[in-house]
Design a protein around this ligand. Structure first.
Ligand SMILES: Nc1nc2c(ncn2[C@@H]2O[C@@H]3COP(=O)(O)O[C@H]4[C@@H](O)[C@H](n5cnc6c(=O)[nH]c(N)nc65)O[C@@H]4COP(=O)(O)O[C@H]3[C@H]2O)c(=O)[nH]1
Length: 824
């Protein structure tokens, strides 16, 4: 069944449809053959009847239309009863429809039907506008326009409100006797209200709130509405209804109130989740106002981490947790901040106690309490950064002294050389080697050695400035790089200062330790332009400084390069010499002062180089020691010496020198046993000469080896006695059979009383300890007389003979007999 209104609307539509058809037919019928348009008189004049009320005549005037002649209905539609109205004077909705219809009709030379929507008193009406194009005998085109409302009007507000999810209620205020607001009555509402209030089945119309059993009728709501009416001012508040959060927005129109209800449950849940995530998050978080930079919200973790009380925090601005030197840069960063920010940089923050932390910050924009804010979560990476820095530091520094290590030193040197090259500035390298450090390490132990190195490092550190760098290259090798354009004079002054500083006695664990330093200097670009070359040359200069008696500094000279070359050659030649049989032994007689006879021979090694001739052991033994050849070479000497001595008269002994490095091989005893066994030489005819340096390293083990040798029946002599540091204590460490007085004391016997005193003391010592004393380097009879007078037991030296090849031994024995008869 159709409602009355709908039926009426349907009738109107049918009539309108008929009107449009009639007019179209009339226009078609008026079209004469050969003419494009129907004539005005044929269409518009006469026989329009009822339709005349709905008609308008449109003239074209200079391109724009004007309306002349309007029927009554058309006048109402236009809202204007005048004849001749310019089109721009009409309501815009009419203008749009008329222009569209008339324009298209003229363009197509056919009737054209357009639709117009008009808004009148909140009601929307739809009209059909039919334009009939005609031509007039008096010239020009005239358009007859028919207008009629198509269907039922409807209320736009109702239509809009019925399609929204938001609830809208109109309430009228009920006043009491004092004319104050006492209650409210629902006078109108849209469909969404019932759904929002979960009251689908109940009618709300005319419901009084005070009797309305629903949270909407609660006292709280009524009081809020009363207050709004009293103040004539809108308000907004929330209520809960069936697990839903409803937001009520009140607008006051005198005694009528509109209540807009929206469901804010999802929003509330989001807020609750945010609160939960924010408040109890272990990661420090805050929200700050993007405009004022003030903290709006901070979570517990932030309060704890930064050490500010929450109230203090909330009165602060973001920049107050930045270090002052970053205020400008960080403010600039925040100005460019995006909707979200993934921290790709480190931020420095300052805690309440003034300490600084390093953090990563992650953030996003949000609205909090109607303010544009920024939510920030921070991850403190201070410890991680420290650990990273520690690891990076460790990779570039020496663990013991904390000085730069070789890698960092090389890298910095390369950089300095590059910069120096660009600027035309010199870079100096000072290679430093500690004199006598090995002694300390060996005699006082590694622990003391380490302490000493640390103190050395401290002194070096205190001597370097600016871009200069002190480094430990390993062991007791250090280097200083002087990066600022350094002259040779400056480098030399610094080297002198360094040697002085390092030579001041060290106080370590109650011991006073004295060491020195030797320094080699190389300067770029003259002594090298690459780090490798410069270091190699500084090292060569250092080698020279050590050769020159230590405690001095030397600059690199091209000649050193030559010497280094020679040394390399010697190393190569030495490796070959043993296999090629280039070594031989010479023997120097040892004379017994009392019996004035040869008691033995000292075997002294000789190297007959195929090109260079005879090379002194003083030159090649240290090299053989350095390249590890001393083991096989020493073994060869022992075998060869014992074999030779086995041919001598039975009372003549042989003395053989042992390098301290031979003790390292651990098979020394075995080698001696084998040499004796192979030669058949009785052990008592073999003397092994050692220097006190045997006691400097692995003392216990070496003393044990000495005891084993002695148990074989071999004698042990202490060579070069008096030249070392603590010889007397070594005499206690091992029961030596012989002490050899160094030739430096013998040399000046006749001239220097201190030498006499030393020789006297050593001889006395030997006597009281029952140790034979042998004086070396006796060249004059004067010296011999002094030695005899001081009670020395044996002598050897050029006075009797230099070391001679084995073939001359027999002759020597004979010749000695001759000397013996001449001396008598
Ligand atoms: N000015 C002067 N010198 C005299 C006199 N009498 C002897 N000499 C020299 O003094 C050195 C004595 O040997 P050294 O103190 O054991 O000192 C030796 C010894 O430490 C080492 N050496 C020699 N042969 C061997 C060896 O077979 N093994 C080891 N490990 N070292 C050896 O080489 C050093 C030097 O040996 P050489 O050049 O042969 O030098 C020998 C000898 O030629 C003299 O009256 N005046």
């Amino acid at each position: 069944m159709m409602s009355g209104a709908k039926k009426q609307a349907a009738n109107i539509d049918v009539r309108m449809f008929e009107d449009v058809s009639v007019l179209r037919r009339k226009w078609q019928a008026a079209l004469r053959p050969g003419e494009v348009l129907a004539r005005y008189e044929d269409v518009m004049l006469g026989s329009l009847g009822r339709l005349a009320d709905h008609m308008m005549l449109l003239k074209r005037d200079h391109g724009a239309f004007a309306v002349s002649r309007t029927g009554r209905y058309a006048q109402k539609w236009l809202g204007d009863e005048r004849w001749d109205i310019p089109i721009e004077a009409l309501p815009p909705d009419c203008v749009t429809a008329l222009t569209e219809a008339a324009g298209n009709a003229i363009a197509n030379s056919r009737p054209y039907l357009a639709t117009a929507h008009s808004m009148r008193d909140g009601m929307v009406r739809t009209y059909d506008v039919l334009a009939l194009p005609t031509f007039s005998r008096w010239g020009g085109t005239l358009v007859g326009a028919y207008v009629n409302e198509r269907g039922a009007q409807y209320n736009l507000l109702d239509a809009i409100f019925s399609t929204t999810d938001g609830g809208v209620i109109a309430l009228s205020t009920i006043r009491d006797a004092t004319s104050g607001p006492s209650d409210f009555q629902i006078v109108h509402h849209n469909q969404a209200v019932a759904k929002l209030l979960n009251l689908a089945d109940r009618s709300l119309q005319w419901q009084r709130l005070s009797t309305f059993e629903h949270p909407l009728g609660s006292e709280v709501v009524i009081e809020q509405l009363k207050a709004a009416v009293a103040k004539n001012q809108g308000s907004q508040f929330e209520i809960e209804s069936d697990d839903r959060n409803l937001q009520l927005g009140v607008t006051v129109f005198a005694d009528i109130l509109s209540l807009v209800i929206s469901d804010v449950t999802p929003l509330k849940r989001r807020e609750a989740s945010f609160r939960l995530l924010f408040d109890s998050n272990p990661i420090p978080m805050w929200v700050f106002d993007l405009e004022t930079m003030a903290f709006l919200k901070v979570n517990d973790a932030a309060v704890q981490h930064y050490g500010y009380a929450r109230e203090t925090f909330l009165q602060m601005k973001v920049h107050e947790i930045w270090p002052k030197d970053e205020w400008v840069s960080y403010t600039r960063l925040l100005q460019d901040i995006d909707k979200t920010c993934q921290s790709d940089r480190h931020w420095r923050h300052v805690k309440a106690d003034g300490s600084e932390v390093c953090v990563l910050a992650y953030g996003r924009r949000l609205t909090l309490d109607h303010r544009e804010g920024y939510l920030v979560a921070v991850v403190d990476i201070t410890e991680r950064r420290k650990a990273e820095a520690r690891i990076a530091h460790m990779a570039h520094h020496d663990g013991l002294t904390d000085l730069a290590n070789r890698a960092l030193h090389q890298a910095r040197l390369r950089d300095a050389l590059e910069a120096g090259h660009a600027l035309g500035e010199r870079v100096a390298i000072l290679c430093i080697d500690l004199d006598l450090f090995k002694n300390v390490n060996d005699s006082l132990g590694h622990h003391m050695g380490d302490h000493l190195l640390q103190k050395v490092a401290d002194r070096l550190r205190s001597q370097v400035r600016g871009n200069d760098l002190a480094a430990r290259l390993g062991g007791d090798e250090f280097a200083i790089m002087l990066a600022a354009d350094t002259s040779p004079k400056e480098a030399s002054d610094i080297a002198v200062r360094l040697i002085q500083a390092l030579s001041v006695p060290y106080e370590i664990d109650g011991h006073q330790v004295v060491i020195g330093a030797s320094i080699g200097i190389a300067l770029s670009p003259g002594d090298g332009t690459s780090s490798e070359e410069l270091m190699r040359n500084a090292d060569m200069a250092l080698y020279r400084a050590k050769q020159d008696g230590r405690g001095v500094h030397r600059f690199f000279e091209r000649e050193m390069d030559h010497q280094a070359q020679q040394r390399r050659e010697m190393e190569t030649d030495l490796r070959r010499a043993l296999a090629h049989g280039e070594f031989e032994l010479h023997y120097q007689p040892v004379v017994d002062i009392a019996s004035e006879s040869i008691s033995g021979f000292e075997a002294l090694l000789r190297w007959r180089h195929p090109d260079k001739g005879m090379i002194s052991p003083a030159e090649f033994i240290p090299v053989a020691e350095d390249i590890g050849l001393i083991g096989p070479l020493g073994e060869w000497v022992l075998r060869e010496g014992c074999k030779e001595a086995a041919n001598w008269p039975s009372e003549v002994r042989i003395a053989i020198n042992l390098s301290p490095l031979q003790f390292r091989s651990r098979n020394l005893v075995q080698v001696v046993v084998s040499a004796l066994a192979n030669s058949g030489l009785p052990p008592k005819r073999l003397e092994l000469e050692i220097t006190e340096s045997v006691f400097l390293a692995e003392t216990e083990a070496n003393i044990a080896i000495l005891h084993q040798l002695r148990e074989l029946g071999v004698s042990i002599s202490l060579d070069d006695f008096g030249t070392g540091y603590s010889s007397l204590s070594y005499l206690r460490s091992f029961p030596f059979d012989k002490i050899k007085i160094d030739r430096s004391f013998v040399k000046d016997l006749a001239k220097r009383s201190d030498c006499v005193a030393i020789v006297r003391a050593i001889s006395g010592l030997g006597r009281s300890l029952n140790i034979t004393t042998t004086a070396e380097g006796v060249e004059t009879t004067d010296q011999l007389d002094w030695l005899r007078a001081e009670g020395c037991n044996e002598v050897q030296g050029f006075l009797f003979s230099a070391a001679r090849p084995a073939a001359e031994i027999e002759q020597l024995l004979l010749r000695f007999g001759a000397w013996e008869s001449r001396a008598a």
